[in-house]
Design a protein around this ligand. Sequence first.
Ligand SMILES: NC(=O)C1=CN([C@@H]2O[C@H](COP(=O)(O)OP(=O)(O)OC[C@H]3O[C@@H](n4cnc5c(N)ncnc54)[C@H](O)[C@@H]3O)[C@@H](O)[C@H]2O)C=CC1
Ligand SMILES: O=C([O-])CC(=O)C(=O)O
Length: 331
Amino acid sequence: MNAQAPAPVTVTVTGAAGQIGYALLFRIASGAMLGPDVRVKLNLLEIPQAAQAAEGTLLELQDCAFPLLAGMEVFEDPVKAFDGANIAMLVGARPRGPGMERADLLKANGGIFSVQGQAINAGAAADFKAVVVGNPANTNALIAAAHARDVPASRFTAMTRLDHDRAVAQLAAKTGAPVSAISNLAIWGNHSASQYPDITHATVSGQPATELVDQGWIADEFIPRVAKRGAEIIAVRGGSSAASAANAAIEHMRLWVQGTPAGDWTSMAVPSDGSYGVPAGIVSSFPVTTSGGDYTIVPDLAISEFSRARIDASVAELLAERDAVAELGLF
Ligand SMILES: NC(=O)C1=CN([C@@H]2O[C@H](COP(=O)(O)OP(=O)(O)OC[C@H]3O[C@@H](n4cnc5c(N)ncnc54)[C@H](O)[C@@H]3O)[C@@H](O)[C@H]2O)C=CC1
Ligand SMILES: O=C([O-])CC(=O)C(=O)O
């Protein structure tokens, strides 16, 4: 090893023993997220009941002999797990159990994300960046940011790249074009069934997507199919999306760190700056471009009446979630 090689990037992964964690860790260690020349140190955070399973995953990571993997450790203490973290993949969350109301779910996850926000505040690196995958992802990001007072809220984002990829794949299947021909598709709002997958600015091989599909398909098939795809996967697979969610988390962070390609954007849920009438502070999905490790909400897009109504409906749901966690004293 060259003595002057840059220090490895510390990536903290929560919920490391879960199904998304298992699909995520090996690809991060292989260089798929940060590039083929960037060494990584993996900090795996789990609850005590799952820490042994995470230790087992470490053994398998060791057995891969990844040249870029500079260290790895399992933690049960969030303060230790986030100490020096450059990047956090916040996957671990409490799933909805039998008889749990929405407020119970928000409360259980609010407890997790407030503690993790405090731990991030205590010791994360100056260039810290987080993507929240664990549901309800947008509101969990809001809670974590609120408890990390010294870290800019803009560093806490939530994942809607899976929705973005699902939408690209559906549009490709409908038009018969390869996925690589599709650009400028956007997801707005919440990572929930209220999200708005928007093809009004999308192109397929340079041609406006709206010239290739009819409005009936967009409203009655495309939007509900993408928005309810998580439930469709659960119904067909018998378990929630795992490898596709891990892939999207890698893409989210890869694009944030390495930049979006010229002429295209990605979708990320980020704290609103008031753009497009989305109240400031709400963690809502927008089309964003990225460069030099920063992101920018794409400005000045024309928003049709059809789009406006759908963005507003999803934002209303986010405001209701924010009010619910505020009532619980979590935000
Ligand atoms: N944003 C998105 O597009 C998607 C989000 N999800 C969400 O991702 C989350 C994880 O999904 P899976 O991996 O399938 O679930 P899973 O149940 O297989 O794994 C979750 C893991 O998190 C751990 N965990 C729970 N509390 C923790 C804490 N306080 N600290 C550290 N770890 C903790 C559990 O022990 C478990 O190992 C779920 O909330 C799921 O709804 C899933 C798919 C897509
Ligand atoms: O729907 C779920 O429970 C998991 C999820 O967030 C998705 O697949 O988009």
